[in-house]
Design a binder for this molecule. Structure first.
Ligand code: NDP
Length: 227
């Protein structure tokens, strides 16, 4: 049975990843900050572990707990959008919120990869998927605002590219994904697609990924996203 590890699986896209992989019979290792407040995750039947991805000691401890287990897929999903407009606009950008975004959205995916690299290389065709966003696309940026979130997703795209260069030669396929604008707490009520649609698309891309895809930035529908 293939195994997937998902970060930030308490709700939203992470929870939907857990649901769909479980429904498909996968072994799901789901992590979230506070399992006691994530009953929907427990209901999926996933193996749940507490993990704040910004807590290096907790990450190392989970690495030891899961040592020796092969991971076919690792999903860097946990993310934050700390500021809503008009906060985060020019003249009103708090440094602490920016640092939180960088720590969670940029540094953590790299540290998660470092922690579980030996688990990934035990699998036959391992995929390391990082949930980025089209909002991190420099080519796509046309209107002002949201610099905190945007810059964090631009930076994580470089993290994925750097991981692809480091880990591609070790057989790990590293991908950066735009999940679409999705109806979650983060996406809000005006979003365009459901978590089910987004994750169905992302799972299809993960299932079809080959070493030739290493380092690509793709939307949930398979379209290439410009950097
Ligand atoms: P939600 O806000 O609905 O969920 C975010 C998840 O991340 C929660 O499970 C939250 O846990 C978890 N999380 C946040 N910080 C940490 C942390 N330090 N350690 C562990 N878990 C953490 O967002 P979505 O599900 O919509 O987003 C998932 C990913 O998709 C994110 O990376 C986001 O940037 C990206 N994305 C989403 C889009 C959308 O339209 N929804 C569009 C583009 C990208 P907790 O419950 O503990 O807060």
């Amino acid at each position: 049975m293939p195994t997937v590890l998902i970060t930030g699986a308490s709700r939203g896209l992470g929870l939907e990843f857990a649901r769909q992989y479980r429904a498909d019979g996968w072994e799901v290792i789901a992590t979230c900050r506070n399992p006691s407040t994530a009953p929907a995750l427990a209901a999926t039947g996933a193996e749940v572990h507490a993990l704040d991805v910004t807590d290096d000691a907790a990450l190392k401890a989970l690495g030891r707990t899961l040592s020796g287990r092969a991971l076919d897929v690792l999903i860097n999903n946990a993310g934050v959008y700390p500021l809503k407009s008009p906060q985060g606009s020019f003249g009103d950008v708090p440094v602490d919120a920016w640092m939180e975004a960088l720590r969670t959205n940029v540094v953590a995916p790299w540290k998660v990869a470092e922690t579980f690299i030996d688990n990934l290389t035990k699998a036959e065709r391992p995929v390391l998927a990082t949930i980025s966003s089209k909002m991190g696309s420099i080519a796509d940026a046309a209107a002002p605002g949201s610099v905190v979130y945007r810059s964090s997703k631009t930076a994580v795209n470089m993290v994925v590219k750097a991981l692809a260069l480091d880990l591609g030669p070790r057989g790990v396929i590293c991908l950066s994904f735009h999940p679409g604008w999705v109806l979650t707490d983060m996406g809000g009520p005006n979003a365009l697609i459901t978590p089910e649609q987004s994750i169905t698309g992302l799972r299809r891309l993960i299932a079809r990924a080959t070493p030739a895809d290493n380092g690509r930035f793709l939307a949930y529908d398979g379209q290439e996203v410009p950097w």
